[in-house]
Design a protein around this ligand. Structure first.
Ligand code: GDD
Ligand code: MN
Length: 386
């Protein structure tokens, strides 16, 4: 008896305060995807601003967090506990801005999806005009640009602004882009586009928009809206030289019609640095230490392989980076693979030289076989990208 009346009071109380939403709810119209790495200080402000500027719109926020050490994911879930529009995808053992954005958009079931930074650099006031353009079907991709008339990029350091401009010029020269700010991390699109092209998009690097613009090129009707790029609020930027290099790699890969993958370009680039290391160590060992040539050559080879491994681990395979014991094991494996690669390089070159009699054909083919072998086997067995 007592139990049932207290149960009745509980239900009455629950009904008096806002009733929890039960039953069928349609997906919101707009998903906002925010990739985060250590943005704990910014997230509550971002959410407040979204609430304010999207009043009257059915929206949701999907934060895609790469297990930030500062506990961003936990904070997002805490906010989501009282506001179901806020959700978090917590990814383990993975890093990468593009991959995070892609995963967020693939988790959306809304008609429209937006991607935005979590550090308050992007102007949330632009979301509503972006959505208007998409609703009217005046475009199927709307990009927030820092470089069109009416826009400013105060938030970029002058060095960043300069390199960003150079990269943009370079990109529009190599491929037909139709974007004034191809590196913008702020855009909204009809979500179905992402579903259609998802398999072709790279998960590496910062360049998700550029990748979409190139991959879905013929299907896109692009509109641009200028905005003011603000300085970062809390925390620090994760953009570094590696990110910039990835961007160039993506352009080259796309310009070659995907014949050459971004990873392969980086791998070749690292190979070239290995040659420099080789000659530096060789010269040092011969002249500074006075080793015999054969020992100097062996030392140089070993040093070049170790340096290639370290740089590849930090750059080419940064999304599959090895640490601790796995690093040591990977290094040993890389030695074995490289030495086999070297042997096949010599074997092929020697055979071709005898049969084709052109030294440069033989040399080039040998080097190519060596690098392709190293790349394929290292990708499969050491960094396990598949
Ligand atoms: N999940 C995840 N994983 N998020 C990341 C990662 C990552 O590895 N790296 C960065 N982020 C998040 C940040 O937490 C932030 O919310 C957003 O991605 C942008 O990162 P920033 O580190 O603030 O980049 P930025 O301001 O230097 O770069 C801006 O300009 C670039 C072009 O110049 C951004 O707008 C980029 O999107 C843009 O490409
Ligand atoms: Mn930023």
């Amino acid at each position: 008896m007592i139990q049932s009346s207290s149960w009745a009071r509980d239900t009455r109380e629950a009904a008096d305060s806002a009733p929890p939403a039960v039953g069928i709810q349609p997906a919101p119209e707009l998903s906002i995807i925010i990739p985060t790495y250590n943005e704990r200080g910014n997230i509550p402000i971002v959410v407040d601003r979204l609430r304010a500027s999207l009043a009257g719109i059915a929206w949701e926020l999907i934060v895609v967090d790469d297990d930030s050490p500062d506990g961003t994911a936990a904070l997002v879930k805490e906010i989501g506990a009282t506001d179901g529009r806020v959700r978090c995808i917590r990814r383990l053992g993975r890093r990468g801005l593009s991959g995070a954005c892609l995963e967020g958009m693939l988790a959306s079931q809304a008609d429209f999806a937006a991607v935005m930074d979590g550090d308050l650099q992007h102007d949330e006031g632009l979301l509503r005009p972006m959505l208007d353009l998409l609703r009217r079907d005046a475009a199927n991709l709307v990009v927030g640009t820092r470089y069109a008339e009416g826009a400013t990029a105060h938030g970029l350091s002058s060095r960043r602004a300069r390199s960003s401009r150079i990269a943009t010029n370079f990109a529009s020269r190599v491929i037909d882009l139709r974007l004034s700010d191809p590196m913008s991390g702020f855009f909204m699109l009809r979500r179905a586009i992402v579903d259609r092209f998802a398999e072709k998009l790279s998960t590496q690097g910062f360049k998700i928009l550029l990748d979409i613009a190139i991959t879905a090129h013929d299907d896109l009707r692009i509109a641009e809206l200028p905005y003011t790029f603000r300085p970062r609020h809390h925390g620090e930027s994760k953009f570094d030289a590696g990110t910039a290099l990835e961007f160039l790699g993506l352009i080259l890969a796309k310009a070659s019609n995907d014949l050459i993958s971004l990873r392969f370009i980086l791998f070749c680039f690292v190979g070239a640095t290995g040659i420099a290391v080789h000659f530096a160590v060789l010269a040092g060992a011969l002249y500074a230490i006075g080793l015999d040539f054969i020992w100097a050559q062996i030392a140089a080879t070993m040093a070049a392989i170790a340096s290639n491994f370290a740089i590849n681990n930090a750059l080419t395979y940064r999304d599959h980076r090895l640490k601790g014991w796995a690093y040591l094991g990977g290094m040993l494996g890389f030695y074995v693979i490289s030495l086999v690669g070297f042997a096949s390089n010599i074997g092929v070159a020697d055979w071709l030289f005898i049969n084709a009699q052109k030294w440069w054909v033989a040399g080039l083919a040998g080097a190519l076989i060596g690098v392709v072998w190293n790349y394929v086997v290292a990708s499969l067995l050491i960094w396990r990208t598949r």
